[in-house]
Design a protein around this ligand. Structure first.
Ligand code: GLU
Length: 486
């Protein structure tokens, strides 16, 4: 039987970075097994439904460079892949369960249910439906349905039975049915609950493996009961550890940085680096190797190597480091391409104006190895594209006195005005000759020139920078800086 896995987003908000981890594992597993990766939109919770969220979730999965074989915008022979388009089906299955005695109609009002919960809380017992409506006769049910009374369908959970299912990652898990509520399967608005719809769809879509966050483990026994009631085979379960903030307790938190998948892209992380980082949030090849292409991940990934732990730590420093590695290893022109796409997508000004691409690529190549995030490009190159502001305190910081700063600037203006061939080698050679002749220390002289040209104390190597900025502009900037001291 060929492998079929799925990701089943609920459009109740934006996708978190952890969701992308789970998409990645499903996607890679399908690729490895030459199976099929399905996306299904689980939009049955109308109270939490967020307009447009499904489209944004699909878009962000694509932006991370992952795709699906069947699902919305793609089709497939098991559709529709959006649960709100499958409502009749769930109703039929729920009614069949009632026929079989595995489910029953419940007419209890919100008030009764909340009184019941209150009583149970007072008695110190966990809140659970008391099966009152299970006692209704068939005729009574029929009458109330015909009268149009508001109702739900509930799962008839048997008493005191151990339900065991096995999970590839966490092993055998057993829950006693006394701890399981008579779950609502079909709501009064005619929509199924997640529990009913997920079981029916996973079965009908012939899903073989369910890989999802471990926070779904407590729901799984209910699903197992449903599979039994329908007489269907269980899929293989592989729950995945949840992701927590490094140094934090339970969840990723805004306090530490981005949480939503789209935010990381906007901040200037590359999707390749993010995926590489996410690979290790719950899996490890057991070697030192950290930089993994998707192909290598597909090759090495296995469910057996998924960590059996509650929480894996999200190390933001590591992610930043990894992004820097990916930026550094790109061809400069590819990095420029990514910068352009990023600026268009997120409407961010790269600050390069109308300058030639050749010039931009040279500026980029000078800062590339120091970039960790895409916006570092703007931060590190602005003075290549715009006249910088020169802070006077910084300009005069390196020579012993303001007079000496002036003198250094004057000498370099003279020197550079006379340079015939404006090349990095000539600049390097003549500048060194100049400082030797006048007995300037390299630091005082070159830092003064650096600040006079860029307004910064950290830049790419001085002569590379001067070489690119060009003779006229460089001399002008030295003169402007000199004026600040007059
Ligand atoms: N719709 C559920 C969610 O939003 C899917 C859970 C599952 O994978 O079964 O996470």
């Amino acid at each position: 039987m060929s492998v079929r896995v799925r990701m089943a987003p609920s459009p109740t908000g934006e996708y978190h970075i952890g969701h992308i981890r789970t998409v990645l594992y499903n996607w890679a597993f399908a690729k490895k097994e030459e199976g099929t990766f399905v996306i299904r939109i689980e939009d049955t919770d109308r109270e939490r439904f967020v307009e447009g969220a499904a489209d944004r979730i699909l878009a962000v999965i694509s932006l991370y460079g992952l795709d699906w074989d069947e699902g919305p915008n793609k089709g497939g022979s098991f559709g529709p892949y959006t649960q709100s388009k499958r409502l009749d089906l769930y109703k039929d299955y729920a009614e069949n369960l009632v026929e079989q005695g595995d489910a029953y109609y419940c007419f209890c009002t919100k008030e009764r249910l909340s009184d019941l919960r209150k009583q149970q809380r007072e008695q110190g017992i966990p809140p659970k439906y008391d099966k009152k409506c299970l006692g209704l006769s068939k005729d009574a049910v029929k009458e109330r349905l015909e009268a149009g009374e508001s109702h739900v369908i509930r799962l008839n959970v048997p008493e005191n039975r151990d339900i065991t299912f096995s999970d590839v990652v966490y092993g055998d898990i057993t829950v006693n049915t006394n701890d399981i509520d008579d779950q609502v399967l079909l709501k009064s608005d005619g929509f199924p609950t997640y529990h009913l719809a997920v079981v029916i769809d996973d079965h009908l879509m012939e899903i073989t493996h369910i890989m999802r966050g471990m926070d779904w483990i407590p729901s799984t026994p209910k699903h197992v009961l449903l599979y039994e009631a329908f007489g269907w085979d269980l899929p293989i379960y592989a729950h995945l550890p949840n992701i927590k903030e490094l140094g934090g307790s339970k969840k990723l938190s805004k306090r530490f940085g981005s949480v939503y998948a789209i935010e990381f892209l906007k901040e200037g992380y590359l999707s390749e680096a993010l995926l590489n980082f996410l690979m290790f949030l719950g899996w490890n090849p057991g070697t030192e190797k950290e930089i993994y292409t998707l192909e290598e991940f597909i090759e090495d990934f296995s469910l057996e190597d998924v960590h059996k732990t509650d929480l894996v730590a999200f190390d933001r420093k590591k992610l930043l480091w990894m992004n820097g590695q990916y930026i550094r290893n790109l061809e400069t022109k590819d990095l420029w391409q990514k910068l352009k796409e990023w600026s268009e997508r997120f409407e961010i000004d790269l600050g390069v104006g109308e300058i030639s691409e050749e010039y931009i690529l040279q500026a980029l190549s000078l800062v590339q190895t120091r970039m960790k995030l895409l916006p570092d490009f703007m931060e590190r190159t602005t003075y290549f594209f715009k006249e910088p502001e020169i802070p006077v305190e910084l300009l005069t910081k390196y020579a012993k006195s303001p007079e000496r700063t002036k003198e250094i600037l004057e000498k370099f203006i003279d020197l550079y005005e006379g340079v015939k061939e404006w090349s990095v080698e000539i600049l390097d050679q003549t500048s060194h000759e100049l400082i030797e002749k006048h007995d300037y220390s390299p630091k005082e002289a070159f830092m003064t020139v650096r600040v006079a040209i860029s307004g910064r104390k950290a830049t790419p190597p001085l002569f590379d920078m001067l070489g690119l900025i060009g003779k006229e502009k460089s001399v002008n900037r030295l003169k402007e800086s000199l004026k600040l001291l007059e």
